[in-house]
Design a protein around this ligand. Structure first.
Ligand code: BGC
Length: 399
């Protein structure tokens, strides 16, 4: 049986609100006019595009439309990503009874994403995620000063990092790629950096991020996605986060003072950072020195066929929702939303308020401050080389 798939891309009118810009036409030689199950599966894989909102670009002094892309599969899983920050706004996944919940913290509109208190919800963070000590580093004897935006240190790419930029977007089949050109000197970094982040969603409920970058001068690069998860549902708060069981495939971590690694790489055995066997967060969090995790763990490296290693597994027993994370990166920041406010000052989707410990992040990354720490994995990208970072989130249910 021959199946001819024709994809028509209708460019959305820049002025038109919520214009759907991609449609899929399927033509099956054996059953013209009658959609078969395989046609339906393909149709669900189409990427839809609409307009999420507008953003006033200070640089060009113009209003820019923020586009939103929806990836769907035939299991009712859907993921939405917007061109502001290449940010994941929604991840709808079923529980063990098939009931969907959005497990990704975020906002209903651009006003939320533009809040100064937005803690990087769902965004791609860079040029260097996490911290650079003293907001400076040297490459080949030349010192560079980057923006100091967390005390005297540099955090998540600086004052206006990649999370606060409008990215170009391009749909190809069932994937969407976001691109951003970071210019030489932006936030103090050397050289142009061209970044492409491709999002795809498989029929096995795998959300895959392929982050790639190339540069014109040697520069540190450490991208991540800063999604905040609550497998009970984005608005279920700390009460349900504490019911999650979390396992991390990490046998060591990088101790830090004021969030800057000391340079040591220490076995987790016998410490509150040993999550090699699943631990209930209700028990694990109170055992940590600062009442919550905000630590870089060293992912156990194996020579796997696809180059990815298991980072960890989170289970919310009541809903049965499971998330496993895989990456080719050496580290992961486990962050349990410790600095999200305790009061009602961070309004989220659907009128809820996000609060401390109301989510967890598993930010695949190089170790923090790697550019200043010779014994950490290299973070300097050279012209002619490609930075390639895969992060894979696999969703399933456990009955
Ligand atoms: C950092 C935290 C920070 C949070 C939000 C995490 O990646 O490790 O220290 O507060 O992001 O900014």
């Amino acid at each position: 049986m021959s199946l001819k798939i024709m994809v028509y891309i209708i460019k959305s009118l820049q002025s038109g609100p919520a214009a759907v810009s991609l449609s899929v036409t399927l033509e099956c030689s054996s059953a013209r006019g009658r959609p078969s199950c395989c046609e339906q599966a393909h149709a669900k894989m189409a990427v839809e595009e609409d307009i999420f909102g507008t953003f006033f670009d200070e640089e060009t002094k113009t209003d820019v439309l923020v586009k939103r892309f929806t990836l769907k599969n035939s299991n009712n899983v859907s993921v939405q990503i917007i061109t502001y920050g290449a940010t994941i706004t929604t991840i709808n996944i079923p529980d063990k009874n098939g009931t969907l919940a959005d497990v990704n913290l975020g906002f209903d509109d651009m006003n939320g994403y533009l809040l100064s208190t937005n803690p990087y919800f769902g965004a791609v963070v860079g040029r260097v995620a996490n911290r650079i000590k003293g907001a400076r580093f040297s490459i080949k004897g030349q010192q560079y000063n980057v923006a100091a935006n967390r005390g005297e240190n540099h955090l998540h790419g600086g004052i206006k990092g990649f999370d606060k930029k409008i990215w170009a977007a391009n749909v190809e089949g069932s994937k969407v790629t976001f691109s951003y050109l970071s210019k030489d000197g932006e936030e103090g970094y050397p050289g142009d950096l061209l970044v492409n982040v491709t999002y795809s969603l498989s029929e096995d409920n795998e959300l895959v991020l392929e982050m790639k970058a190339t540069c014109t001068k040697p520069t540190p690069v450490n991208l991540t996605n800063h999604a905040y998860f609550n497998l009970a549902g984005h608005n279920e708060g700390a009460k349900e986060i504490y019911e999650h069981e979390l396992m991390l495939n990490a046998d060591s971590y990088t101790p830090a003072v004021d969030a800057i690694p000391t340079g040591e790489i220490v076995p987790v055995k016998g410490t509150p950072f040993d999550l090699q066997t699943p631990k209930l967060l209700k028990k694990a969090i109170p055992e940590t020195p600062e009442n919550g995790y905000d630590n870089n763990f060293c992912v156990i490296q194996k020579n796997t066929e696809n180059g990815l290693n298991l980072v960890g597994r989170a289970l919310h027993p009541k809903s049965g929702r499971v998330m496993e994370v895989f990456t080719n990166q050496p580290g992961v920041q486990l962050y349990t939303a410790n600095f999200v406010p305790e009061d009602d000052s961070l309004p989220g989707k659907g009128g809820c308020f996000y609060k401390k410990h109301g989510a967890f992040c598993l930010e695949t990354q190089n170790y923090p401050n790697a550019v200043n720490q010779a014994n950490f994995p290299n973070s300097v990208l050279l012209p002619g080389q490609a930075y390639i970072h895969t992060a894979l989130y696999k969703f399933s249910v456990q009955k």
